[in-house]
Design a binder for this molecule. Sequence first.
Ligand SMILES: Nc1ncnc2c1ncn2[C@@H]1O[C@H](COP(=O)(O)OP(=O)(O)OP(=O)(O)O)[C@@H](O)[C@H]1O
Ligand SMILES: [Mg+2]
Length: 167
Amino acid sequence: MAILEPLSVECTSHSEEQTWRLGARLGALLPRHAVIAIQGELGAGKTSLARGIGEGWGAEQVLRSPTFTIIQAHRRPSDNAVLYHVDLYRVTSEEELHNLGLEEILDAEEGVVVIEWPERAASLIPPEAIYVKITPLSETKRHLVFSTQDTRTWQVLLEFRKRTFGF
Ligand SMILES: Nc1ncnc2c1ncn2[C@@H]1O[C@H](COP(=O)(O)OP(=O)(O)OP(=O)(O)O)[C@@H](O)[C@H]1O
Ligand SMILES: [Mg+2]
């Protein structure tokens, strides 16, 4: 039963700060290698969630909206681990995608990879990824769905649900 269905946690955020905090909760639970693919239209709140993830994970600096740099690497001082913040919005060709080196980052055994606009690299996103789909409901309300196809990664989402919603 349900093994072929993606497992998911859904919630509504009422402010940018709340989205940030959801990200921070999730970021604090990530294993050394994890992929988080954040989907949503322009201005949905992908970067807000990514910033929260970076903070909860322990990044030294606040994640920024990348302008020219498509992949930004962040370090965690406590153990020198790396988080890559990837924004594929401006990537329009297969060649450009290939030249980014994203495949190598995704294949590595270490490193957290947070990707905005993952649709641009759909074939590269591994099955153990956590997908987050953000849908604007109003000016300040967002519907968020966290999901994964992978049973091991589902444990991370279960713990996230427990810590965030208490069940
Ligand atoms: N509940 C909410 N969660 C997140 N952002 C919100 C929320 N309510 C309002 N906002 C606003 O929506 C905007 C989200 O911007 P953000 O840069 O995070 O979006 P984005 O999805 O990364 O956009 P882009 O596709 O341009 O990268 C911000 O201006 C933020 O203040
Ligand atoms: Mg963004």
